[in-house]
Design a protein around this ligand. Structure first.
Ligand SMILES: [Zn+2]
Length: 320
């Protein structure tokens, strides 16, 4: 091989190599732009990148944002927000979002510090009149954050989402406003449905026993006496004395059923059921909804409306 030929070969190899590398780069970029974990994925689609914490908030944002938003959520079905800690990937999703929505009232207690550092983060509870909130003693001076179980309280989260989306994407503000009104109307109908459903149950039977106090607002709104085991957060475990007291209460009040929760370990409730003779009436969603599109007795438990209907139907049917 003479020198010229050698050089040509070398150069063409370089070109081939360079072309190969750029092709690889293109493939990587192409794939990267479409993976769910890439925080910049949605910008390619022209949609607003919204990061949410629990899936009740995701559903709310999807209802109001419609086709203009791409929702990326930190906590899926079965995840306990009281205990949730953010991974590096989660922090990335928060920092790279156009807007972030979370429940607030310290529901997401272990990531509140991180949320405080996010520029466009909104607590959807921030516009609720605090006169409508309770501070049960178990929560040591803080408000009970489980507001989604009183549908009339959840209605008051809509305006925060409309405002947050409109600020980040003013071009579609009219759509967000219109969708917000429709969402409120849907929720008001759901509240009426709930009030009617409860009437199927004699008043004496309206006692709800579960593992943690997620249902105080539910009890207040729909007329149930709610007895939880663990206190307001799932962090503290029930003591043996708590269990014994609960068993006595069930026997005295002839409570027919107790309920397990999707995001809390069922061990203690199972034990109470065995000791008291009350059956396990079913699984309720508490701090997380179900899988999107999953139907249970005709309700999509991955939506707020479906979750509320599923819970109330399960409770009423078991206590009848
Ligand atoms: Zn909770």
């Amino acid at each position: 091989m003479n020198m010229t030929k050698y050089l040509i070969t070398l150069v063409s190899r370089r070109i081939a190599l360079a072309a190969g590398v750029s092709l690889l780069a293109l493939i990587v970029a192409g794939c990267g732009g479409k993976t769910e974990t890439d925080p910049n994925a949605e910008s390619a689609s022209g949609k607003l990148k919204v990061t949410t914490t629990v899936n009740m908030v995701s559903d709310l944002v999807r209802e109001i944002g419609g086709e203009h938003v791409e929702v990326s959520e930190l906590m899926g079905p079965g995840v306990d927000p009281h205990l949730f800690k953010a991974s590096f990937g989660d922090v990335d999703k928060l920092m790279n979002a156009d807007v972030v929505f979370y429940v607030g009232l310290l529901l997401e207690g272990k990531i509140q510090d991180t949320l405080d550092k996010v520029k466009s983060a909104y607590a959807v509870t921030s516009k609720i009149d605090t006169k409508r909130l309770d501070k049960p003693e178990e929560f040591e001076g803080h408000f009970d954050p489980h507001i989604w179980f009183d549908v009339t309280l959840w209605v008051d989260t809509v305006d925060v989402v409309v405002e947050g989306l409109s600020k980040a994407d003013s071009a579609h503000a009219a759509d967000y406003k219109k969708n917000g009104e429709a969402t409120k109307a849907k929720m008001n109908a759901l509240h009426e449905w709930s009030l009617a459903k409860v009437k199927e149950l004699p008043e004496a039977n309206r006692i709800l026993i579960t593992s943690h106090d997620a249902y105080n607002y539910f009890g207040r709104a729909y007329g149930f006496k709610v007895v939880g085991l663990q206190g307001i957060s799932t962090v503290s475990e029930a003591s043996l004395a708590d269990v014994a007291k609960m068993v006595d209460f069930i026997k005295e009040n002839k409570v027919k059923a107790v309920f397990v929760e999707s995001s809390v370990s069922p061990a203690t409730i199972k034990r109470i059921s065995e000791d008291s003779g009350a059956v396990i009436g079913g699984e309720l969603f508490s701090d997380a909804m179900g899988e999107r599109g999953k139907m249970e007795h005709g309700n999509d438990v991955g939506t707020y409306e479906g979750m509320i209907k599923h819970n109330l139907s399960t409770i009423v049917n078991a206590l009848k």
